[in-house]
Design a protein around this ligand. Structure first.
Ligand code: GDP
Length: 172
């Protein structure tokens, strides 16, 4: 777990606490759901998803401490993945603010964004149209971005999400 010294292209996975990042990562790494805990979860770390991709994940916003030097990781990042909990409308505004803050960083200029609307298995999950609206995506006309529904818990949409990320990186 190097401090950004990795040579493989970085993908940064961000999102509020409880959006499902740990569950998603556990799925990617093992294909299985592991027990997650808000305190034991991988709230920060770098992992090699495959030979070519390193994934760094961060909790941003929420109650968890923002690690002061998270921006350090942005230098190497080739794509940003922003995860939201589609079943929690009460935190969409917080998510929107957190996303705006991240996207304001100069180092992310030109870096494509994949929004993952997680927990799509929940009956009350918002649609991707609604989520795009709530995240204020129309405020970023120059950003190359996509949104996709997924369920980290059920393992639905994850492969697709990563294929889309890989494509976004190649297009750059
Ligand atoms: P993190 O704080 O972003 O790392 O979020 P976690 O991965 O710890 O997940 C927070 C909670 O949401 C846990 O109770 C997970 O089991 C649950 N969760 C994660 N992904 C999904 C999903 O796709 N569907 C549902 N229903 N629950 C999920």
């Amino acid at each position: 777990m190097g401090q950004g010294q990795t040579k493989s292209p970085q993908v940064i996975l961000m999102g509020l606490d409880n959006s499902g990042k740990t569950t998603f990562l556990a799925r990617l790494l093992t294909g299985q759901v592991m027990d997650t805990s808000p305190t034991i979860g991988f709230n920060v770390g770098s992992f090699n998803v495959d030979k070519r991709t390193s994934l760094t994940i961060w909790d941003i916003g929420g109650q968890k401490n923002m690690i002061p030097n998270w921006r350090y990781y942005l230098d190497d990042s080739k794509a940003l993945v922003f995860m939201v909990d589609s079943s929690d409308p009460s935190r969409m505004r917080e998510a929107q603010k957190a996303l705006r803050k991240v996207l304001s960083d100069e180092r992310l200029r030109g870096v494509p964004l994949m929004v993952l609307a997680n927990k799509a298995d929940q009956p009350n999950a918002m649609t991707i149209q609604e989520i795009s609206k709530q995240l204020g995506m129309s405020n970023y006309p120059h950003l190359q971005w996509q949104i996709q529904a997924c369920s980290a818990l059920q393992g639905v949409g994850l492969r697709q999400a990563f294929l889309s990320v890989a494509k976004l990186i190649k297009k750059r």
